[in-house]
Write a new protein. Structure first.
Length: 293
């Protein structure tokens, strides 16, 4: 079993640890009732930032925007900025924190306590127990979202046990007949869809896409065929499954919580990589963190 696969399978126990001992700290740093919050990240962390922003604002805690740390973003008098970085060394995240106006609260979510991102923060949500060796992120982002959902008031206590059962099941998908992978989400699950597609590209060097669920009808549907799998995170919109099935694509609808679906999608990425003779632990041209000179 590859390192990546082992880290995927460890998620139920890591989620349980997070819920057992870190919800209080997460509540303190992530709810910030009434505060205007910007959430920043790169790559996986940018997608997780989008999901968290949707969750926090929907839960009624205040205006929450998400942005790529690597892209220019307009300043809107935020009260706090939450920076997501597993390694804590990502150059663009460090630069973004250094550029913030005086008086803005800086909160880091990272796996490394003494990292440059952590050193620049006023407060740190340290998830070192969820850190991972693999270049491809899996359990760190999902653990953050489990904690965030608990902090925002959701009852996610059953997720670790449910994830353990789901990950023990055999995938019904035949990866040898598939070459096109599409993930759809809505609201906070759109970030998950983007992350699932990224896992396919990173680990398996395969063709993957992600869209807001209803927008898939507006053009991208034309590409789907019998070699495609279209995976919907969360409830499917009325008529969506039938519209996709007409193309000949395999449609996967959610049977579990969206975060568990993401874990299953991560496992699919590993299976595709192994089928193609690739090692998902060492993706082509990638390193664990992007540190620019």
């Amino acid at each position: 079993m590859t390192l990546t696969a082992r880290e995927i399978d460890s998620q139920p126990s890591v989620w349980a640890q997070a819920l057992d001992s870190h919800v209080g700290r997460a509540t303190e740093l992530l709810t910030l009732p009434g505060a205007r919050v910007l959430v920043l990240g790169c790559g996986t962390s940018a997608f997780v930032a989008e999901s968290f922003a949707a969750l926090r604002e929907t839960a009624g805690f205040g205006v929450t925007d998400a942005a790529y740390a690597s892209e220019p973003w307009p300043w809107r008098d935020y009260d706090a900025v939450i920076a997501l970085s597993r390694s804590g060394t990502t150059t663009e995240v460090v630069a973004a924190l250094d550029s913030l106006p005086d008086g803005v609260r800086k909160i880091a979510v990272t796996g490394v306590a003494d990292s440059p991102v952590a050193q620049r923060a006023d407060d740190v949500l340290l998830l070192d127990f969820a850190d991972e060796q693999s270049v491809v992120q899996t359990r760190f982002p999902t653990t953050f979202l489990v904690l965030a959902r608990a902090a925002l008031g959701e009852d996610v206590s059953a997720l670790p046990a449910q994830a353990e059962v789901a990950l023990a099941e055999r995938s019904p998908l035949d990866v040898s007949s598939l070459s096109h992978f599409v993930y759809l989400g809505s609201g906070w699950t759109y970030g998950l869809a983007q992350e699932a597609a990224l896992k396919i590209r990173e680990a398996a060097q395969a063709w993957s896409e992600s869209y807001p669920q209803l927008d898939f009808r507006h053009g991208p549907l034309a590409v789907a065929d019998s070699r495609s799998v279209v995976w919907i995170f969360g409830p499917e919109a009325p008529g969506m499954v039938d519209d996709i099935a007409v193309t000949g694509a395999t449609v996967v609808v959610s049977r579990h919580d969206p975060l568990i679906e993401l874990a299953l999608a991560q496992r699919l990425a590993v299976a595709i990589a192994e089928h193609r003779g690739l090692n998902p632990d060492t993706p082509r041209n990638l390193t664990r963190s992007i540190v620019l000179s």
